[in-house]
Structure formats: structure tokens, C-alpha cells
Design a binder for this molecule. Structure first.
Ligand code: FMN
Length: 400
């Protein structure tokens, strides 16, 4: 993407340098535009060094301007796929909400047809002021995205809301805002299960598996990016992604209950979690000591989450499962598709430790028509987007 990063006059302006570096590393072209107040907090030299692109000042005599300063605001407005204002002061928010154009950044914000994203940062009193909130509501009504600030100790010494959202979350929001939406998934509610489940033997020991949850989390990000409203039911310890409602669970039973509570309100389910098939029949309340009883475990079956949700689905709901197989993948996956009445199964070959924790992976989709061409090998984030696009195409063709 070609991104304009507008940097305005707040203490958090130094964090914009980190964001510029991160976005550049992610492969985006980033051009920074400083307001006059912004340039008192951070220099153009820092930003040009990090981005390898020119940096622009508030007025033609500031920053590094190119050939024709008189139409620079229009050129930049056209150049951008997305304009992100980080940090955004109360002042620029007020100006943009009311169509004022008094310097380069406010003028290009008015001229651009690109997506616009705001990451406000200010003192708590300013943040909570009805004028600022009304201005932000107006910007949202224009279709702009807002990454709300978090809470914490602010530069002014006060503790409360108004602290710039963390840079990684802002980069996630930029990714989500900049991804084209897919009509078959936009606004749709999707449950995604991800990660391992853990079945406790006693307070210190647990039965689990080698899944990290990385693939399911990438799927949650990809569905979010194309416009779906994702509810992630997550086992394991990985952090939940920005912009995704996440419910953390431990056991298969908890995962089932979390999904069942949400299923009626959802359009689809992607079951990417590696759910334990068995659990200890009676978990011990105290740590089991050496030499107590036999050295064998008595296990019982855990609920089959995918089968239960699929059995209780309405005709307008769709279900996609995952199969991690170490042999006869396609036969096992086809049997799973039929037995559980799924719309598709994505097959992982886990032979020799592939898939779990790996950076790149391949998935073979199977539907009632049989196997489809494999997707990958690709890094998991790109693989997830490719899977979502494949699935959206099938939804558009009504699963035929
Ligand atoms: C040290 C200092 C820190 C400031 N921090 C903020 C801030 O975090 N958020 C904010 O909205 N304004 C802050 N201001 C006020 C803005 O700099 C001021 O409103 C300025 O006119 C904003 O101009 P701009 O929006 O064109 O960058 C701060 C001012 C100073 C002197």
C-alpha cells in the first residue's frame, strides 16, 4: 500500500517513527506529513531515514518539498491508498470533522478519496470532552476508522484514557482498513476456533497437543480484514489479534460451551482448533504424588465440537472444518466431511511435524466434489488470506 502518515503535535509523535519503520518493513511505501506542531516533536530527517521517502512539512517552506508545492496536497491525496493520522490531536480531529483546510495535512485530508484512519492521543479531559467525541463521531460517519486510545499514565502526569494505542495495534488496524472487503463475508458473523485445548490431570499437569493457534489466529485476522465480524474462541497462550472479539478457553468442554452460546447468532464456523479427543475421567483436585495408584490414565471422550455445532445448524449457516492428518489425508478428510456434514475441510499434512508452529504451510481444501488444488505453501498470514478468498468465492457461488 501507499500510505500517508500524518503526524500532529502531541508527545506521542515519537511513536509515529516506530510505526513508519514497521509499515516500511511490512513492504508499504510510507510518506510522512508533519503539521507545524508535529515538527516540534519529531524531525523530517528521522522520518525520511526510516521510510526512504520524502517527508512533508505543514507549509511549502518546511520539510522536503518536491517540484510543485502549489499542488502538493492534491498529488499526495491522489498518491495515497490510505491516510493514517498518528498521533491525532484534538485540533486536527476538529479541523477534519468540520472541513477546515489550513495546512498541508488538513488540506490533503479534505482532498483525498483514500481510506482514512485516526489514532487519537491526548489528555483525558480533552479525550472525554463532548466536542472531541462529537467530532470523532462525525469522522466515523464519513467512513473513517478510529483506533481508540488506551488507558495509562499520560505524559501530562494524569492517569486515564487518551494514551495512543500501541503501534502494533495501529498497524493491524491499517492492514484491516486497507484490505478490500468481500461481499459474501462483509458484516457476517463468523466463529473461529483456534489453538490447543488443555485437559487437566491435576493442578499442575495437563494433556494437550502441539498446536500453537497461529493458523487460526491468522484466519481470524484475514476474516476480519475482509469485513467479517469475528468471534475467536481461543485455546493456548498466543495474544489475541486486534479488532477480533476473543474468548479464551482451556478445555474442549469450555470451547464447546463458548461456541454454542454464540452459534445461533452467527453465519458460519471455521473450526481450526486442535481439540483434545480425550480427557482424564476424574481430574484430581490435588497434585498426584509419585507411587499413588497405578501408572496408567483412564481417559474418556471429550465432546465433538464440530459434529455438535454442525448437527444443530440452520440451513443458512456454513461450517468449515480442519483435519490434521499424518497419513491417508484425503481419505480421512473426506470421511470427516461426510460424517460431520461439513461444507469444506481444509487438510493439513502434519507428517514430520509440518503445520504445528511452522512459519509456512499448505492446505488442501476438500468439498463434496472432492479435493481442490492445494493452497500454498505460503506463510500463514498469506495462506489465511488465500483460504478466505477461496471460501468467499464458493459462498458467492452458493457452495456449488
Ligand atoms: C508539550 C505539548 C504536548 C501536547 N500534547 C498534545 C496531545 O497529546 N494531544 C493533543 O491533542 N494536543 C497536544 N498538545 C497541543 C497541540 O500541540 C496543539 O493543539 C497544536 O495546535 C496542535 O496542532 P496540530 O493539530 O496542527 O498538530 C500539546 C502541546 C504541547 C506544547
Amino acid at each position: 500500500m501507499q500510505i500517508i502518515l500524518g503526524i500532529t503535535g502531541g508527545i506521542a509523535a515519537y511513536k509515529a517513527a516506530d510505526l513508519a519503520r514497521l509499515l516500511t518493513h511490512q513492504g508499504h511505501r510510507v510518506r510522512c506529513v508533519l503539521t507545524e506542531a508535529g515538527a516540534r516533536f519529531i524531525t523530517p530527517l528521522t522520518l525520511t531515514s526510516l521510510t526512504g521517502e520524502p517527508c512533508y512539512g505543514a507549509n511549502p517552506d518546511q520539510g522536503e518539498w518536491r517540484a510543485n508545492p502549489s499542488v502538493e496536497h492534491i498529488e499526495l491525496a491522489r498518491w495515497a491508498d490510505l491516510v493514517a493520522v498518528v498521533p491525532a490531536t484534538a485540533n486536527i480531529i476538529g479541523k477534519a470533522a468540520n472541513g477546515l483546510a489550513s495546512d498541508l495535512l488538513s488540506t490533503l485530508l479534505l482532498a483525498t478519496r483514500a481510506q482514512v484512519l485516526w489514532a487519537p492521543a491526548m489528555n483525558t479531559g480533552m479525550w472525554e470532552h463532548p466536542a472531541v467525541q462529537a467530532n470523532l463521531a462525525r469522522l466515523r460517519s464519513f467512513g473513517h476508522a478510529v483506533v481508540d486510545p488506551g488507558e495509562g499514565v499520560l505524559a501530562c502526569g494524569e492517569e486515564g484514557s487518551g494514551k495512543l494505542a500501541d503501534v502494533l495495534s495501529i498497524a493491524e488496524a491499517i492492514r484491516a482498513q486497507g484490505t478490500p472487503k468481500l461481499s459474501s463475508l462483509s458484516g457476517r458473523r463468523v466463529i473461529i476456533t483456534a489453538g490447543p485445548t488443555r485437559e487437566d490431570l491435576d493442578p499442575v499437569r495437563t494433556l494437550t497437543n502441539r498446536s500453537t493457534g497461529a493458523m487460526g489466529i491468522e484466519l481470524a485476522r484475514a476474516f476480519r480484514d475482509v469485513g467479517a465480524r469475528v468471534q475467536l474462541v481461543l485455546g493456548g497462550d498466543l495474544p489475541s489479534p486486534w479488532g477480533v472479539e476473543t474468548l479464551r478457553v482451556r478445555s474442549a468442554q469450555q470451547m464447546l460451551e463458548a461456541c454454542e452460546a454464540r452459534w445461533a447468532g452467527c453465519d458460519g464456523l471455521v473450526a481450526a482448533a486442535a481439540v483434545a479427543d480425550q480427557r482424564p475421567e476424574v481430574p484430581s483436585a490435588q497434585k498426584i504424588k509419585k507411587g499413588e495408584g497405578t501408572e496408567s490414565l483412564h481417559l474418556v471422550r471429550t465432546p465433538d465440537i464440530l459434529a455438535q455445532l454442525s448437527a444443530s445448524r440452520r440451513t443458512d449457516q456454513w461450517v468449515v472444518g480442519f483435519a490434521a492428518e499424518s497419513e491417508n489425508h484425503l481419505d480421512h478428510a473426506m470421511a470427516k466431511l461426510r460424517n460431520k456434514r461439513l461444507d469444506a475441510v481444509l487438510v493439513n499434512d502434519v507428517q514430520g511435524g509440518q503445520a504445528f508452529g511452522a512459519q509456512a504451510n499448505t492446505l488442501t481444501p476438500i468439498t463434496a466434489q472432492g479435493p481442490h488444488p492445494p493452497i500454498g505453501p505460503l506463510p500463514k498470514d498469506q495462506l489465511a488470506l488465500a483460504v478466505v478468498r477461496w471460501w468467499s468465492q464458493r459462498l458467492e457461488n452458493r457452495l456449488t
